[in-house]
Ligand binder design. Structure first.
Ligand code: CP
Ligand code: NVA
Length: 643
C-alpha cells in the first residue's frame, strides 16, 4: 500500500504550484462533444469543474448543443437547407436552437454541476445582453439567423463570478433591435474568454488534440498551424477552432488548450500535471522572444524536408518578456516538484573560457536531473577562434549537441557562436552580461516575498556584466534600480539607453551608495575586479573602496532588505562578513536557485514534453504529415461553423 499512498501524495503536492498560480484567475471552457452526451463523462465533467471552482478558479462554461438540435429538428420533421456548404438557420431552426441550447441542454448541464456542488447558473447571450451579436454573412452568403459576436457583457459576467456562481452560457446572441442569432459555440467561447481576459480557454473535443500522422502535436503556434492548414493536415471543423484559439491569444487570453473531452478528467490532467494533455496553442513570441535565424541549420523539418530556420537562444535578457520571466519562475516551481525528464535523449555541451563553480555545476547537475547528458569543454582544449574559427566550432558542436552553454569573454564571440549554431545557445556569462544569474536572483527575491512591481534594487559596485543584466531586467520588470558606481565604472550607456527607452522602470546611476541603499528592498553587489580584470585589481580596490555592502549600508535599507551577491565573493572587499552572514543575506539561496532556474531555462528551450506552462517550448517541430485527426469535431456542435 505504501507506494500507492506515496504516489497519491506526490500527485497532490505536485498540483500545489498550479493551484497557487491559477487561484483567482478565469478559465473559459467550451463544453461539447462526447463529454456532453455520455452519462459518465457528463458527471465527471461536472465534478471536475466544481473542483476547479472550489480551489478558487473562476470557471465560465460555454456549451454547444450535442445532438439535441438535430434530434429535435428530426422529430419535428424539419429539413436542413445548406448555402455555400453551410447550414441555413431559418426562424424554425432558430427556435429549436433556443429551445434546446438555451433550454433543455443548458438546464441539464446546470443541474449536473449543481448536484456536484458547483453553484452553476444557466444563461444565454440574450440575458442582460450578455452576447451582443449581428448577422453573419461569410463571403456574402446569407445563412439566415446566424450571428457573430459584437461584444460581451464582461462586467456582468464578472459580477456573477464575484457573487460566487459559475456561469453556464448557451451561445445565442441578440442584436440591438432584438434579433436573436445562433452563434458558433467555439467563437462565442473565444469572444467571452477575450472579454474576460481569461487565463485559459479550453476547447473540449472528441480527439486527443491536433494529431499529425496519428501523433499528438503537444504545442502549436500560429505559424505551424497555418502551415498545417495549408498542407491540408488541419481541416474541416478544426480550422475555425484553431483560428478562434489564435484570435483569443491575440486578444489577451494567455493560453488555449484543445483537449479530449471523451477521456475522463482530461481537464484536470491538463491543468494540474507537468506533462499536460492535448494540444496547447501558444503565441509565437512566448518562448524567449523571437527565434534567432541560423545558418547551420542541421535539424530538418520532416514536413518540408527543409532545414529549420530558427531556434531560440538566451544570449541576454532583451529576448524575454515579463510574462516569460513569470512563466520561467512558475516552471521552476513545477520542476522542483517533479522528476520529469524533458531533456531525455538530449545532449548539452558546455564551453567555458573562464572559471566557474555555480554556473558550471548547476548546469551539469540540472541537465542530469532532467534526463540529459552534458560535456564540459574548457577553452584550452577547443581554442575557440584560435585553433579553429568560431563559426566552424559552432557548426561542429551543434551537430553533436542539442544546446550549447557558453561562458566567454567577448560577447561578440557568443553571438557569432549563436549565429552559426543550429542548436540554441545559452549565455553562461560574458564580459557584457550574465542573464541566467539575474533570472535566478529574481526567483530568489520572489522566494523571499520581495518580488513586487516598484521594488527598489540597489546595485553597489561595478557597472559590469551582472549590473548590465539587472539593467536589462529593469526593461522587463518594473522596479527602481539604483546603481551606485564610481566614475569610470558606470554601466554601458547603450544598455542604459535601451532600458530607459523601454520606460518600464526608474533607473538611476549614483555616486553615493548611501543614496542608492536608502530604503532599498535589495542590496546587491558583485566583485570589484571581475574575471579577466585581475591585473586591474589594485586600481579597482582604490576606486571601489567606498562601494561596499556592510552593516552600515544595511541600516539605510528597508528593515527586511535582502543582501544579495552573485558570488564568488571577496569578503572584506565588496561585502563584509557581517553583511554576508547577516540574517538579511540570501546569497546561498541565490546560489542554490541557479540549479532550479537553470533547469527551467533548459526545459523551456529544449524540453521535449509539452510543459504545462505558458512558457512551454515551441520546439516540437518535425511531425510527419498524414491527416489523422478525426472528423468528430465536425459532428460535435450543432451550430453552424463559420469557416
Ligand atoms: N555566480 C556565478 O556565475 O558563479 P560562477 O562564476 O561560480 O559560475
Ligand atoms: N562580474 C563577475 C561575476 C561572476 C559571476 C565576473 O565576471 O567575474
Amino acid at each position: 500500500m505504501a507506494p500507492i499512498s506515496q504516489s497519491k501524495e506526490e500527485i497532490l503536492t505536485s498540483a500545489l504550484p498550479y493551484i497557487q498560480r491559477y487561484e483567482g484567475t478565469t478559465f473559459v471552457i467550451k463544453y461539447g462533444g462526447a463529454a456532453m452526451t455520455e452519462a459518465t463523462l457528463k458527471e465527471s465533467f461536472a465534478k471536475d469543474v466544481t473542483l476547479l471552482k472550489k480551489i478558487g478558479i473562476n470557471v465560465v462554461i460555454v456549451h454547444g448543443g450535442g445532438n439535441a438540435v438535430t434530434d429535435l429538428s428530426a422529430k419535428l420533421g424539419m429539413e436542413s437547407r445548406f448555402v455555400g456548404g453551410q447550414r441555413y438557420t431559418d426562424e424554425a431552426t432558430l427556435n429549436t436552437v433556443v429551445m434546446t441550447l438555451a433550454g433543455s441542454v443548458n438546464k441539464e448541464i446546470v443541474g449536473l454541476i449543481n448536484r456536484a456542488g458547483g453553484n452553476a447558473v444557466g444563461l444565454c447571450g440574450i440575458d442582460n445582453n450578455l452576447i451582443s451579436a449581428k448577422k453573419y454573412s461569410p463571403k456574402g452568403y446569407d445563412l439566415g439567423l446566424v450571428g457573430q459576436v459584437e461584444s460581451v457583457n464582461a462586467e456582468w459576467i464578472n459580477k456573477l463570478i464575484a457573487s460566487g456562481v459559475m456561469p453556464v452560457i448557451a451561445p445565442v446572441g441578440v442584436s440591438e433591435s432584438g434579433e436573436v442569432y445562433n452563434i458558433n459555440a467555439d467563437l462565442a467561447a473565444s469572444a467571452i474568454a477575450q472579454a474576460l481576459g481569461s487565463e485559459k480557454l479550453f476547447f473540449l473535443t472528441d480527439t486527443e488534440g491536433v494529431l499529425v500522422n496519428g501523433e499528438l502535436v503537444p504545442t502549436l503556434t500560429n505559424a505551424r498551424a497555418q502551415q498545417l492548414i495549408k498542407q491540408g493536415v488541419i481541416t474541416g471543423g478544426m480550422i475555425p477552432k484553431v483560428n478562434a484559439a489564435f484570435d483569443a491569444l491575440a486578444n489577451g487570453v494567455k493560453k488555449v488548450h484543445l483537449i479530449n473531452g471523451a477521456a475522463k478528467h482530461s481537464l484536470l490532467l491538463e491543468i494540474f500535471t507537468h506533462e499536460g494533455v492535448g494540444t496547447q496553442i501558444i503565441r509565437e513570441e512566448k518562448v524567449f522572444g523571437n527565434p534567432t535565424k541560423t545558418i547551420a541549420a542541421s535539424h530538418s523539418d520532416s514536413v518540408t524536408g527543409a532545414p529549420t530556420a530558427s531556434k531560440h537562444d538566451l544570449l541576454d535578457l532583451t529576448v524575454m518578456t515579463k510574462q516569460d520571466v513569470e512563466d520561467l519562475m512558475h516552471l521552476t516551481d513545477v520542476l522542483k516538484h517533479t522528476d520529469a525528464k524533458p531533456l531525455s535523449g538530449k545532449h548539452v555541451t558546455l564551453i567555458f573560457q573562464k572559471p566557474s563553480l555555480r554556473t558550471r555545476v548547476s548546469f551539469e547537475v540540472g541537465i542530469a536531473q532532467l534526463g540529459g547528458t552534458s560535456l564540459y569543454l574548457s577553452n584550452e582544449g577547443v581554442g575557440l577562434g584560435d585553433r579553429e574559427s568560431v563559426a566552424d566550432v559552432a557548426r561542429v558542436l551543434s551537430s553533436y549537441s542539442d544546446c550549447i552553454v557558453a561562458r566567454l569573454f567577448d560577447d561578440g564571440v557568443l553571438r557569432g557562436l549563436a549565429e552559426h549554431s543550429s542548436a540554441p545557445v545559452i549565455n553562461a556569462l560574458t564580459d557584457r552580461s550574465h542573464p541566467c544569474q539575474i533570472l535566478a536572483d529574481m526567483y530568489t527575491i520572489r522566494q523571499h516575498g520581495k518580488l513586487a512591481p516598484g521594488m527598489k534594487v540597489a546595485f553597489i559596485g561595478d557597472g559590469n556584466n551582472v549590473a548590465h543584466s539587472w539593467i536589462e531586467m529593469a526593461a522587463i520588470y518594473p522596479m527602481h534600480l539604483a546603481i551606485a558606481a564610481p566614475a569610470g565604472y558606470h554601466p554601458d550607456p547603450a544598455i542604459m539607453e535601451y532600458a530607459l527607452k523601454s520606460g518600464i522602470s526608474t533607473i538611476e546611476i549614483l555616486d553615493d551608495p548611501r543614496i542608492a541603499a536608502d530604503n532599498a528592498d535589495v542590496l546587491y553587489t558583485d566583485v570589484w575586479a571581475s574575471m579577466g580584470q585581475e591585473e586591474e585589481k589594485a586600481v579597482r580596490q582604490k576606486a571601489f573602496k567606498n562601494y561596499q555592502v556592510n552593516s552600515q549600508l544595511l541600516k539605510l535599507a528597508h528593515p527586511n532588505a535582502l543582501i544579495m551577491h552573485c558570488l564568488p565573493a571577496h569578503r572584506g572587499e565588496e561585502i563584509t562578513d557581517d553583511a554576508m552572514d547577516s540574517p538579511n543575506s540570501v546569497v546561498f539561496d541565490q546560489a542554490e536557485n541557479r540549479l532550479h532556474v537553470q533547469k527551467a531555462i533548459l526545459a523551456t528551450l529544449l524540453g521535449d514534453v509539452s510543459v504545462n506552462t505558458p512558457a512551454a517550448s515551441d520546439l516540437q517541430t518535425g511531425d510527419a504529415v498524414t491527416e489523422q485527426h478525426s472528423l468528430s469535431y465536425e459532428q460535435e456542435s450543432e451550430t453552424i461553423r463559420h469557416s
